[in-house]
Design a protein around this ligand. Structure first.
Ligand code: TRP
Length: 337
C-alpha cells in the first residue's frame, strides 16, 4: 500500500474570491492538518494553455495567488506550495504519457469540451482552432498528480473527468511498463459551487458576481447591497423565502451561529432586507479582516513569499526527480547511469 499523499492545483489567473475560499481553500486548510503530505501546485503552465497570449497576467497571479492562499491560512509548514513550470520533470512526464492517450479520448473529455465552448474567441466557434496544448492539458494534469505520487486530489466535480483521464493513463502505464503508479481518487468538497451575489449558480470573476478577499469595506458594502433577494418581498415586513435569497445564502456561509434566526425572521416577515444586508456586511467584513491583515503582511514581505515558493518548489522537485528516474527505468530510456 502506497503512502497517502494529497495533491491539488490551482491556475494562477486571478485573485481568490469567496467562491474559491468556501468551495476549496477551506477544505485544504482542514486537510493540511492531517498527518499526510500536502502539495499545492500553482499551475502556471496549465494556466498558459488558455492564456498563452497574456503571459504577464499569469506571471502576476502566481505571487498574488500564493499571497491569497497564505492569507487564508494555508500554512507553508504544512503545505508544500510549488510552481509548476519550475519542475521540468512534469513536462517530461507529460511527453511520456502522451503516448498513452488517444486524441479522440481527449476530445471526449467533458471538462475540456465545456471549457473549449466557453473560449470561442481562442479556439473557434466549434473548437476547430483548439491547440495541442489545451486539448492535452489533462495529460499534463496527470503528470502533476503522479509526479508526486498523489493518491488523493481535493477538487470540485468539474475536475472528475480529468481525474478519470489520469486514472486511465496510470492503468495503461502500469499495464505496459509494470506496476509503478497509483490511481488517485478525488476528495470532493461538499460545497464545490458557491453561488454568486446575483443568484448565478457559480461565483466567478468573469461573471462580475464575486467578493474578493481583497475587497475593501466600500466594495463589500456595494456588492452586498446589490445582492439578489426574494423578488416577491416588496415591503420590509412582508414574509419572504430565504431559499431564493443570496443574502441568506451568504449568512449561511459566514454566520453559521446565527443563521436559524435569520431564516425564521425572514419567513415571518420580521426582518427587512436592508437590515439583513447590513448585518451580513458587518459579518463579512469581520470574516475578511484577519485574512486581509495577513494579506497585507505578505504584501509588505514579498521576500518571505518568494522564499516559501522557492523552498516548496525545491522540495517538490526532489520527489519529481525520483519519480522520473523510476519511470525512465520502467520505460527503458535510462542510459549511462
Ligand atoms: N485543473 C485545475 C483547475 O482548473 C487545476 C489543476 C492543475 C489541478 N493541476 C492539478 C487540480 C492537479 C488538481 C490536481 O482548477
Amino acid at each position: 500500500m502506497k503512502q497517502k499523499t494529497i495533491l491539488t492545483g490551482i491556475r494562477p489567473t486571478g485573485n481568490i474570491h469567496l467562491g474559491h475560499y468556501f468551495g476549496a481553500v477551506k477544505k485544504w486548510k482542514k486537510l493540511q492538518n492531517q498527518d499526510t503530505p500536502f502539495y499545492l501546485e500553482i499551475a502556471d503552465v496549465q494556466a498558459l494553455t488558455d492564456n498563452f497570449h497574456q503571459p504577464e497576467k499569469v506571471r502576476k497571479n502566481v505571487r498574488e495567488l500564493t499571497i491569497d492562499a497564505l492569507a487564508c491560512g494555508i500554512d507553508p509548514k504544512k503545505t508544500n506550495i510549488f510552481i509548476q513550470s519550475m519542475i521540468p520533470e512534469i513536462a517530461e512526464l507529460t511527453v511520456f504519457y502522451s503516448n498513452l492517450v488517444t486524441i479522440a479520448r481527449l476530445y471526449r473529455n467533458p471538462t475540456v469540451k465545456a471549457e473549449m465552448k466557453q473560449k470561442k474567441e481562442l479556439f473557434g466557434e466549434d473548437g476547430e482552432g483548439i491547440t495541442y496544448g489545451f486539448l492535452g492539458y489533462p495529460v499534463s494534469q496527470a503528470a502533476d498528480i503522479t509526479a508526486f505520487h498523489g493518491t488523493h486530489v481535493p477538487c470540485g466535480d468539474d475536475q472528475l473527468p480529468l481525474l478519470e483521464q489520469c486514472r486511465e493513463i496510470v492503468r495503461k502505464f502500469n499495464n505496459i511498463y509494470g506496476d509503478t503508479l497509483v490511481e488517485p481518487e478525488a476528495i470532493l468538497s461538499e460545497n464545490t459551487r458557491i453561488k454568486g451575489l446575483d443568484g448565478n449558480e457559480k461565483m466567478g470573476k468573469s461573471l462580475g458576481n464575486a467578493i474578493f478577499l481583497s475587497d475593501d469595506e466600500e466594495t463589500v458594502t456595494k456588492k452586498i447591497m446589490g445582492a439578489v433577494t426574494d423578488p416577491e418581498k416588496l415591503k420590509k415586513d412582508d414574509p419572504a423565502n430565504p431559499d431564493i435569497c443570496m443574502v441568506y445564502y451568504y449568512h449561511k456561509l459566514v454566520n453559521q451561529d446565527y443563521v436559524d434566526t435569520v431564516c425564521s425572521e425572514c419567513k415571518r416577515g420580521a426582518r427587512g432586507c436592508v437590515a439583513c444586508k447590513k448585518e451580513l456586511i458587518a459579518s463579512m467584513l469581520a470574516f475578511l479582516k484577519p485574512i486581509q491583515e495577513k494579506r497585507n503582511y505578505y504584501l509588505e514581505h514579498l521576500e518571505e513569499v518568494d522564499e516559501i515558493l522557492k523552498e516548496g518548489t525545491e522540495n517538490a522537485r526532489k520527489l519529481a526527480k525520483e519519480t522520473v528516474q523510476t519511470i525512465k527505468e520502467k520505460m527503458q530510456i535510462h542510459y549511462f547511469e
